[in-house]
Design a protein around this ligand. Structure first.
Ligand SMILES: Cc1cc2nc3c(=O)[nH]c(=O)nc-3n(C[C@H](O)[C@H](O)[C@H](O)COP(=O)(O)OP(=O)(O)OC[C@H]3O[C@@H](n4cnc5c(N)ncnc54)[C@H](O)[C@@H]3O)c2cc1C
Length: 401
């Protein structure tokens, strides 16, 4: 594993940084949107984020590791990491199409038909079509292969019936959904699943919003009632969707883990700034030796996450796909984030109970939101227990429990 950046990489970093300094619009600097889970309520913010996606695409930053024929620039994953680092450091607007670009895009490139690549990749990168993920169901989360949404064979098309849940943010305004559906009820459960692209504007789809503990309408239930889907929209082979789903999940875990790592670093910097401003019993909190030790511990944990992220990316460079190691990034970064947010609450002391909107709140409740939202980080993209099972069985080679 090489963790040094080359001269070309450093030059690339300067190029990204200059571009971001010149192109992040003033409009964005007045908006405070949490990067995880907070859904923009205002239409003008949604429109702005779509335009930002198009701006990234026009400048060649939308998906730099993709082949240039699909809108990327054939960059290596180290450059992708540099780009992501700079985006977070410059507080650039987040992508509304994260699931599409970081999960479905690589899946289509590896397993999609020529027609699917031509039809879907460019509009995804330009932010013209937003994607949501329809995997989980009320009875199928960790045990995803138990899913019961059915796609019945009707000759040249399927009729989809069933329910998805936890469908994250863009479902409310998503144009398309990459979903797992059962196409053979009689086969063993992992062998009767297909990976299907469903137009969210189709008749028969109902989206019901769910508000979570942060107060944000982050999730949705999605109901399918005789929804017609062309057979051309299967990715990979019929009934072989489990393999495609696993590839998708590896990309999801890696991209989420890397994103948490980057934000953990920025949040630790912000947490230190907050600590310097806080006083308790007339004394600066930053002078408290116990708090100082906890901040140092958090710094060590963030740095471990960063190095692990580089190791995952190095592995991906060699193998061409993330592999089970992506579970390490996803597991560690979410645990580090939860510990850091608990520390933020400890640093604020009694003020930790004052939320957004109060004149007494610290930084308008930023840390309260981040603390509550951190609880979801060890669940999303597979719970910590599921990640540990993957690490035990597929990396350490331990017997199945
Ligand atoms: C922020 C967030 C965003 C999400 N976005 C989406 C989305 O866009 N699309 C989508 O399809 N889904 C999404 N999900 C759903 C997510 O993938 C599931 O919540 C997750 O896989 C867990 O499934 P579950 O909620 O059904 O819990 P369950 O599977 O019922 O798990 C309950 C508990 O049992 C434990 N458990 C289960 N099986 C095992 C086992 N074999 N060994 C040890 N422990 C076990 C779990 O770790 C957990 O603690 C999202 C979830 C969150 C929190």
């Amino acid at each position: 594993m090489d963790i040094n950046f080359s001269k070309e990489d450093e030059e690339f970093r300067r190029e990204v940084s200059t571009w971001l300094n010149e192109n992040i619009p003033d409009f964005w600097k007045g908006i405070r949107l949490q990067p995880f889970g907070e859904v923009p309520e205002e239409d003008d913010v949604v429109e702005f984020l779509k335009e930002w996606q198009a701006t990234l695409f026009d400048a060649g930053w939308a998906a730099i590791t993709w082949p240039s024929e699909y809108g990327g620039r054939d960059a290596n994953v180290v450059q992708r990491m540099i780009l992501d680092e700079e985006m977070v450091k410059h507080r650039a607007p987040p992508s509304l199409n994260m699931g599409g670009i970081s999960q479905l895009g690589p899946v289509l490139i590896a397993a999609g038909t020529k027609a699917q690549k031509e039809r879907f990749l460019m509009p995804m990168l330009r932010g013209e079509e937003l994607w949501c993920q329809g995997f989980s169901e009320p009875g199928a989360g960790s045990d995803l292969a138990s899913l019961r949404t059915v796609a019945g064979d009707k000759g040249d098309h399927f009729l989809v019936n069933g329910q998805k849940v936890w469908t994250s943010m863009p479902a409310r305004y998503a144009d398309w959904c990459y979903a797992l559906v059962r196409t053979d009820k009689d086969a063993p459960k992992h062998k009767g699943i297909s990976y299907l692209l469903i137009d969210m504007k189709s008749p028969g789809i109902t989206v019901r919003p769910l508000k979570n503990i942060t107060g944000s309408v982050e999730f949705n239930e999605v109901f399918f009632d005789d929804v017609k889907v062309s057979k051309e929209n299967i990715v990979g082979e019929l009934n072989q969707g489990w393999k495609v789903a696993n590839m998708n999940l590896e990309h999801e875990r890696l991209s989420l883990g890397l994103a948490f790592n980057l934000y953990n670093k920025r949040w630790l910097d912000d947490l230190i700034v907050m600590t310097r401003k806080m006083k308790r019993k007339g004394r600066p909190v930053v002078e408290n030796p116990r708090i100082r030790q906890k901040i140092a511990q958090s710094y060590i944990e963030v740095e471990i996450g960063r190095l692990n992220g580089i190791r995952s990316l190095s592995g991906m460079l060699k193998k061409g796909r993330p592999g089970p190691e992506s579970s390490m990034s996803r597991l560690w970064s979410s645990v580090v984030n939860q510990r850091m947010m608990e520390l933020a609450m400890e640093i604020q002391g009694p003020y930790s109970q004052v939320d957004r909107g109060s004149t007494q709140s610290i930084e308008d409740g930023f840390w309260q939101y981040a603390y509550v939202r951190s609880k979801a980080h060890t669940i999303a993209a597979g719970t910590s227990e599921v990640q540990k099972n993957i690490i035990a069985e597929r990396i350490l080679g331990l017997p199945r429990g």
